[in-house]
Design a protein around this ligand. Structure first.
Ligand SMILES: *Cc1c(COP(=O)(O)O)cnc(C)c1O
Length: 393
């Protein structure tokens, strides 16, 4: 049995649901008993173009039949093409380093900032300011960058120096000192309650940092790749950060991370690297994902899905004023604040039993991160099941 296998052989780091998924089609999953589930999680923002996507599967098959991996000692055509595509879609004058996850992309971003702080100024700068409720990853450094105390267990100490947290964007101005090299933030805090920052306050901060020659790192591991309706949330906010990180939705399910920077000359050979990063297999798959989503956006279909999804969220929000206190989020990154944690846990449990997968964010936000290519029918069915699940509370 899967549950027994998992408990006996896999290290115990996740509070898991025991279901044995066997196949998927776009935003619908099927388990071993042929039960269907509408997926409003997309594997936490990863499966951007849906489960079982044929165009991506064909590309992976074709690539895997030729070369999956050769190492970064040689140039890799799909990697170079993907870097070009990312630059084109971002509208920024950037170059990319490929990693394998969000945390690793953020590690790369911090290394860029540290080298910039070491080499561009007379006095060394190395401090990075992040925000409370942020999430930047699980490595020792990125967990330190994460502004949530619950992640800073003494079990894993000591942590690297040079990170501090601010409550609000406005507090950053007073926290900057002579040694501050960068500010790192998410434009919508994915794990911290799906709360978008105000465009004006972000633009004001971006301008201020540029004048002070302090780098702006935008962690778009969750917001990137059309999640907010534009290729980058930075595009939506009309800012040009020095460094942007991507991961989750970029590969549509293959593990890939990316660090994009306008400081194209910052690294020299030997400064940074990865064995797997940007290999043939993942970059070929990611090229296909971006091709699909680029067209999907161009035809207006993404905007239609966002508008339709939003109308369904508004309807359910208005139907249960005793359960929900507010609506938050952008694009297909949405949240409903639930009045207490126990009710949220009950909604998530009932939803799962009712065949719709949903997520939690922060302490009390019901988070919905659907497949970007979700159909109207899947949205209807998912909200019907969610409504049923809530009505049972
Ligand atoms: C998920 C996430 C990460 C970490 O990504 P991993 O691939 O799990 O390492 C970092 N930053 C943000 C904003 C995320 O949502």
């Amino acid at each position: 049995m899967l549950e027994e296998l998992d408990k006996n052989y896999v290290l115990n780091t996740y509070a898991r649901n025991y279901v044995n998924f066997k196949s998927g089609k776009n935003a619908t999953l099927f388990d071993d008993k042929d039960n269907s589930y509408i997926d409003f999680t997309s594997g936490i923002g990863v499966v951007s173009v849906g489960h079982g996507n044929k165009q991506v599967a064909d590309a992976i098959y074709e690539q895997a039949s030729k070369i999956t991996h050769i190492s970064n000692l040689y140039a890799i055509e799909p990697q170079a093409l993907l870097a070009q595509k990312i630059a084109q879609l971002s509208g920024l004058d950037i170059a990319t380093f490929f990693a394998n996850s969000g945390a690793e992309a953020n590690e790369g971003a911090i290394k860029i900032a540290r080298k910039y702080g070491q080499t561009k100024f007379a006095n060394k700068k190395y401090k990075v300011i992040t925000l409370e409720h942020s999430f930047h990853g699980r490595t020792i450094t990125t967990v330190r960058a994460t502004g949530q105390d619950k992640f800073h267990s003494v079990n894993f100490s000591p942590y690297p120096d040079g990170f501090s947290y601010n409550k609000q964007i406005n507090d950053i101005y007073n926290s900057i000192d002579e040694e501050t090299v960068a500010v790192m933030l998410e434009l919508v805090q994915g794990e911290g309650g799906v709360q978008p920052f105000e465009k004006e306050e972000i633009q004001k901060l971006a301008k201020f940092l540029k004048e002070k020659e302090i780098l702006l790192i935008v962690d778009e591991v969750q917001t990137g790749v059309y999640r907010t309706g534009e290729f980058l949330a930075s595009n939506l906010y009309e800012i040009e950060p020095d460094i942007i990180t991507l991961a989750k939705g970029l590969g549509g399910g293959v593990p890939i991370g990316a660090v994009l920077t306008t400081h194209k000359d910052i690294f020299s050979p030997g400064d940074h690297g990865s064995t797997f990063g940007g290999n043939f297999l993942v970059t070929r798959a990611s090229l296909e994902v971006l091709d699909i989503l680029d067209k999907y956006k161009d035809t207006g279909a993404l905007d239609e899905a966002i508008i339709y999804f939003e109308s369904k969220i508004s309807a359910i929000f208005e139907k249960y004023p005793n359960i929900f206190s507010s609506k938050v989020g952008l694009g297909l990154m949405r949240g409903l604040r639930v009045k207490d944690e126990e009710t949220l846990a009950a909604i998530i449990k009932n939803s799962f039993e009712n065949g719709v997968l949903v997520l939690k964010s922060g302490r009390s936000t019901l988070r919905l991160l659907p497949v970007l290519t979700i159909t109207k029918e899947e949205i209807d069915e998912g909200f019907k099941r969610l409504d049923d699940a809530i009505s049972k509370i």
